[in-house]
Design a protein around this ligand. Structure first.
Ligand code: GLN
Ligand code: ZN
Length: 777
């Protein structure tokens, strides 16, 4: 019964990799220095995993940017635009990798970066492979073999981790018409053979092939591709022991294919989907075969201590049926998605000891894996009994802790009725009342909420947090920033103003800090993309709102102007999605608790005289379960939670929502069901294409399609924005269109913002003229 780990966080316990990469990009350190930092991280991680009790350590789980990008380099799937960098500029491999990830603007080149998108249902972003019809693959980078050899040389027993060929193809994008990327498998497999051949020669005994596409609803062709790939690999390398890893959900109807694959070990995510253990143990072809099972019983996606009793029951079920000799124990997925080390959390104020003892980060999770094996194999020893007893006591302490249970919150959630999730009147009736109240022109102009978070603003907050700035001084500075922004918006001629969100560090953390039931780590960083890390709050207990959260800022801003100022809130689904969530109750229950807290704020804003309230939900889409079978259930509770948050107000109060991504096709029904009076969305880069689905669905409420791409320093012209809106007008009638940027402006600077918004207001004026007095034919 081996213990193994699928992958360890590569950023380093103190974000060493982030810091070194950024220094390298700034030209402060050289490639050799960066490589040295990376080597230290890898060796440190191997040592730490071995000490935690892992038999088999992952190699090649390290990446300077992203493992999918590394696979592009491994297979030579390098888009043509980067070829001159290799052939003419002879840039080093590291710079090629960063050019593909971040773009390249040097020596007369202006190469765009490859696209990035979310890795399954996580908040990690991977680089999207680009495929052509006649895509060639060649073994290009030797990183897999190098890193395996590095581990070997340092004395560690490792298994190289590769992204499997089928998932690699499916995660990519076809950059020209006329082919299906899954059909590229026959070109791709020879490269995998070459890599495996080298690994075989270097003495790799085990190879972990990650095929997380197995958690999706795969068609016939993808299933066939899996069959082809793994049969061919087995025929060529009968001595390599392939560990086929699936995670984030169950195999579902891919199971029939999976059990017939000639692999050495199948890894199952039993945290996300415990029931699949029964499914697989019911298959005679599996029972009678020799394939091993790797049981992913320790949660690689959350920060709670493992419940040994529950994990041991799963392990026992498996050993009873196929014997301990066919069982391995592991975390449910790569530990990339959790912070490194709980031992670094020493701040009692942000993370009280009582809560801290319920938690486990990457390092602690591996110790749990080792303990589970120990208890399974030697249940009668004093040591095992102690481990089990202590774990049970801790789990029980958490379950019954008054810290997490608030009877008032539970009663209130239980008392939610359908009426709570419904506005008083339908949209058309509300719209009339809102129009009377607000008297907005056609094509009202607004922004999404944040204004530039300049160096000064961030410096004030940093000083205030270090108590170098008093509360009074800090708030005074924020008030001035808010006042200036209101004055500027009014002078420039925006119709609906925002206060600017200067007081906010992050749209989730800001609310978490003011809600009961949230805790914060000091060092709980998780990689989001490249060198970017996030530090998600921890929802440990029942959530409620002890006090007003935004009312003071909104009313202050409103007091400075006669134009409407939007109240600005983060929605319940986004708060849930971007936090570590408690695992002792369904996500939907936690979401409803947050929804009620936001609802309280919404109604208090209304009472304080705020006429327009925006509830941002940029994360609704990413919470969508991977398997189709589960998606509608999620959408139902997520939409209901938004509506609970939004529906406590009178008809005349206008509710906005905002989302910044562009795949609405499959969820447009549910977006409409949110019934926000106005939705603002990101459309400028897609040239309004996504309005297509809003038009064909006959989306009934108001829409603000973004006309200003805020991800780029580029300032769009008035004409450009008029053209975009004219395009929007071919989909949506003028009476239902707003004019706004794609998203918040916090990452932009003031100069660009002023220019772009001034042009945007001129664009709206031009549109009004054209509509009211159309140009004669
Ligand atoms: N109101 C937020 C802002 O303007 C919205 C951010 C987001 O959509 N991610 O920054
Ligand atoms: Zn946005």
């Amino acid at each position: 019964m081996q213990t193994h780990n699928l992958g360890y966080p590569r950023i380093g316990s103190n974000r060493e990799l982030k810091k070194a990469c950024e220094l390298y990009w700034a030209g402060t350190i050289n490639a050799a220095q960066l490589e040295l930092t990376a080597k230290k991280i890898r060796e440190g991680n191997w040592l730490l995993q071995q000490e935690a009790g892992m038999d088999l350590l992952p190699a090649n789980d390290f990446s300077f940017y992203d493992q999918v990008l590394d696979t592009c380099l491994m297979t030579g799937a390098i888009p043509d635009r980067y070829h001159p960098l290799i052939e003419k500029e002879h840039i080093n491999p590291l710079d090629l990798l960063f050019a593909m990830a971040r773009g390249y603007q040097k020596n007369g080149y202006d190469l765009t970066a490859m696209e990035m998108t979310k890795w399954f249902d996580t908040n990690y972003h991977y680089i999207v492979p680009e495929f052509k019809r006649d895509q060639k693959f060649t073994a290009f980078s030797n990183k897999v073999i190098d890193q395996f050899n590095e581990a070997k040389k340092a004395g560690f027993k490792s298994k190289p981790v590769l992204l499997g060929p089928v998932s690699f193809l499916l995660l990519g994008k076809e950059k020209e018409p006329g082919f299906e990327r899954i059909g590229l498998l026959k070109n791709l497999l020879p490269v995998y053979f070459e890599v495996l051949e080298k690994l075989d020669h270097s003495g790799a005994y085990y190879v972990q092939m990650d095929e997380p596409c197995l958690a999706l609803n795969l068609g016939e062709k993808a299933q066939q591709a899996l069959q082809t790939a793994y049969t061919a690999i087995f025929r060529r390398f009968p001595n390599l022991r392939i560990i086929l890893a699936n995670y984030f959900d169950c195999f579902g109807d891919n199971l029939k294919t999976v059990v017939s694959l000639p692999v050495h070990t199948l890894h199952l995510d039993l945290v996300r989907c415990p029931s699949q253990l029964d499914d697989i143990l019911d298959k005679p072809e599996f029972i009678n075969g020799r394939t091993l099972l790797s049981l992913g019983v320790v949660d690689g996606r959350n920060i709670w201590k493992n419940d040994f009793t529950r994990s041991l029951a799963l392990i026992r079920k498996a050993t009873d049926k196929i014997g301990a000799g066919r069982i391995w124990i592991a975390p449910s997925c790569s530990l990339l998605h959790v912070p490194c080390d709980l031992d670094l959390e020493t701040n009692e104020k942000s993370l009280p000891a009582e809560i801290r003892q319920w938690m486990a980060f990457a390092r602690q999770k591996l110790v749990e894996v080792a303990a589970l094996r120990e208890i399974t194999l030697h249940p009668e020893t004093a040591a095992s009994k102690k481990l089990l007893r202590e774990n049970a006591a801790c789990i029980e302490a958490r379950n019954s802790s008054p810290l997490i249970h608030n009877p008032l919150v539970k009663t209130r959630v239980a008392a939610i009725t359908p009426a709570d999730a419904k506005r008083n009147s339908p949209f058309f009736a509300r719209k009339e009342k809102q129009q009377q109240e607000l008297g907005l022109p056609l094509f009202p102009t607004t922004t999404i909420g944040s204004f530039p978070q300049t160096k000064e603003v961030r410096a004030w907050r940093a000083q205030w947090k270090k108590q170098l700035l008093s509360d009074a001084d800090y708030y005074q500075l924020l008030k001035e920033a808010t006042g200036n922004s209101i004055k500027w918006q009014e002078e420039t001629g925006l119709d609906v103003l925002v206060h600017g969100e200067f007081e906010r560090n992050d749209m989730v953390e800001y609310f978490g800090e003011q809600l009961a039931g949230f805790a914060f780590t000091k060092n709980g960083w998780v990689q989001s993309y490249g060198s970017r890390c996030v530090k998600p709050p921890v929802i440990y207990g029942d959530v409620y709102r002890p006090n007003f959260m935004t009312v003071a800022w909104s009313t202050y801003a409103q007091s400075l102007t006669s134009r409407p100022v939007k109240g600005m809130l983060t929605g319940p689904v986004t708060i849930l999605q971007w936090s570590f969530v408690r695992n002792d109750q369904p996500r939907s229950v936690t979401c409803n608790q947050i929804a009620l807290a936001i609802r309280d704020e919404v109604t208090d804003l209304e009472k304080a005289g705020i006429k327009i309230i925006q509830i941002d939900e940029p994360a609704i889409r990413e919470g969508l379960p991977l398997r189709k079978e589960q998606q509608q259930e999620y959408l139902d509770w997520a939409v209901t939670a938004f509506r609970i948050a939004a529906s406590g107000v009178q008809d005349k109060t206008q509710i906005h929502t905002h989302m910044c991504y562009s795949e609405f096709n499959d969820i447009i029904n549910d977006i409409a069901a949110m019934d926000a009076d106005v939705i603002t969305i990101e459309t400028s880069r897609s040239q309004m294409e996504l309005l297509d689905v809003f038009a064909s669905f006959e989306y009934p409420n108001d829409i603000g399609p973004g006309v200003y791409d805020i991800h780029s320093p580029r300032v769009p012209s008035k004409e450009e924005m008029v053209a975009l809106m004219e395009k929007a007008l071919t989909y949506i009638p003028a009476e239902r269109l707003w004019v706004n940027p794609d998203c918040g402006l916090k990452t932009r600077d003031w100069e660009e913002t002023r220019q772009a918004l001034t042009a945007m207001i001129q664009a709206a004026k031009a549109l009004r003229k054209n509509i009211i007095a159309p140009v004669p034919e």
